[in-house]
Design a protein around this ligand. Structure first.
Ligand code: B12
Ligand code: SF4
Ligand code: SF4
Length: 374
């Protein structure tokens, strides 16, 4: 009894401390099996994780968090806003990078903050394990259980204040804190995310086939991007935000307090063809401490070639010809494809521009009015 009272006090201290070090939300769930293990296992059985083998390898631990930290009693879930507002639209030739990658790599930013909480709890005898997208944890299930937000139909977790623009971090701890209540689902009859997806990757509410998702294709997939999906990628070169941009709950989003996520010029204002000129050292230098460095020059230039194939013109051909002779076969093949696309387009009497999805603020507001969210 005394322990429970003490831990209720400690929880207040924890939440205050989390806020002080920059987190936007800190809530607690009991350490128990996630609510959607059945759906997760089915997703794996259907192969919808594609080449993300780590998802399959961690199956048992994801379904039973006690296997990660024996004696764990609570899961502390933290949310960190990364929204940066709008950047000026610079046209198709700039390429689009998902907002989460505009600034520094969140893995490092969030992990450093989680370490501080770990140290804080150690003083009270807690043993902890911290994760931010780095371990076998079904993060969104625990976050929903703790009431950080609700499961959107896009599979994104939504907080009514932050929208979808936040990262999650978890701390499994042997300390037992009073759990928080879940939030009720406020998607209502809305299905904006499902219709906004350029590739049909959200195959049903709460179900995403990663093999079709542009985020997967441009970040997780290591090899060639399937030919039939290339035209659907448009000018996206790292990740995708279409189902997030479409979500009416994002109209409430406020700019993050975290300066590490401030947009860099290299992620919001570079011409596609300038990226194509980067050698390996320049690439590493340009994307130091950015999540983009993870896919290396070969993955990034592969994506840039696809984007140029979709939106480029004759002026891009010289730099694409150089890329077509790149010693890295992956880049060379995608550059050849892009050249072919541009030549076919310029021969055509009526070149059709790549469709862009309606995601600017005005249009979103208009659409929100016609939705029945909540
Ligand atoms: C693998 C992965 C991906 C894959 C697959 C995504 C997916 N939907 O599965 C790819 C590469 C496509 C991807 C893309 C993105 N990702 Co990602 N990804 C992950 C990762 C590592 C695992 C997700 C997972 O477990 N997938 C398995 C499926 C089965 O689970 P799920 O999609 O989360 O679905 C849950 C719910 O839908 C629910 N559920 C299932 N059925 C039903 C039915 C009902 C009725 C209900 C209510 C719920 C429900 O249960 C599932 C399990 O919790 C997590 C980190 C982590 N360790 O959890 C980050 C994570 C989910 N990604 C994140 C982000 C930011 C993104 C992107 C926005 C990045 C971008 N802009 O390009 C996109 C968003 C795409 C999208 N709509 O999800 C954040 C999401 C934060 C948030 N607010 O939700 C996470 C949590 C990373 C982090 N620590 O911040 N990602
Ligand atoms: S991130 Fe893009 S491709 Fe993936 S589900 Fe959302 S809208 Fe579709
Ligand atoms: S777009 Fe609509 S259905 Fe999709 S997650 Fe947002 S509120 Fe839910």
């Amino acid at each position: 009894m005394t322990d429970k009272i003490n831990n209720a006090y400690l929880k207040d201290g924890l939440v205050t401390f989390a806020r002080e070090i920059g987190f936007d939300s800190c809530r607690v769930a009991a350490c128990s099996a996630p609510a959607h293990t059945k759906e997760f296992r089915e997703w794996l059985r259907q192969g919808e994780h594609g080449e993300m083998d780590y998802m399959r390898r961690g199956e048992e631990k994801r379904c039973e968090p006690e296997k990660i930290l024996p004696g764990a009693r609570s899961i502390i879930v933290l949310a960190l806003n990364y929204f940066q507002g709008e950047t000026p639209r610079r046209g198709m030739a700039t390429g689009r990078i998902a907002r989460y990658a505009w600034g520094d790599d969140y893995h490092e930013v969030v992990a450093a903050k989680l370490d501080k909480i770990d140290n804080f709890l150690r003083e009270f005898g807690g043993v902890q394990k911290c994760y931010v997208d780095t371990g076998p944890v079904l993060e969104r299930d625990h976050a929903a259980q703790a009431g950080i937000g609700w499961h959107g139909k896009s599979t994104m977790l939504i907080d009514p204040r932050l929208g979808t623009w936040f990262f999650l971090g978890e701390i499994l701890t042997t300390l037992e804190f009073p759990p928080d209540a879940p939030q009720h689902n406020r998607c209502g009859t809305c299905e904006r995310c499902i219709t906004a997806c350029p590739t049909g990757a959200i195959t049903a509410p709460h179900r995403l086939d990663a093999r079709l998702c542009i985020s997967y294709l441009t970040i997780e997939l290591k090899g060639a991007i399937p030919l039939k999906l290339r035209p659907l990628i448009g000018n996206r070169i790292f990740g995708c935000d279409d189902c997030l941009d479409a979500c009416p709950w994002n109209r409430f989003a406020e700019v993050s307090r975290e300066s590490a996520f401030a947009a860099r010029r290299s992620t919001t204002a570079f011409a596609l063809r300038d990226y194509l000129r980067l050698n390996d050292a320049e690439f590493r230098n340009l994307f130091r401490d950015s999540p983009i460095k993870r896919i290396k020059r070969r993955g990034f230039l592969r994506n840039v070639c696809v984007a140029l194939g979709n939106v480029g013109d004759q002026a891009d051909l010289p730099v694409l010809e150089e890329a077509a002779a790149d010693p890295e076969p992956l880049i060379a093949e995608h550059a050849q494809w892009a050249i072919q696309q541009i030549r076919t387009r310029s021969k055509s009497l009526n070149p059709s521009p790549v469709p862009v999805h309606p995601n600017d603020a005005n249009e979103r507001d208009l659409l929100f009015k016609s939705q029945n969210c909540d």
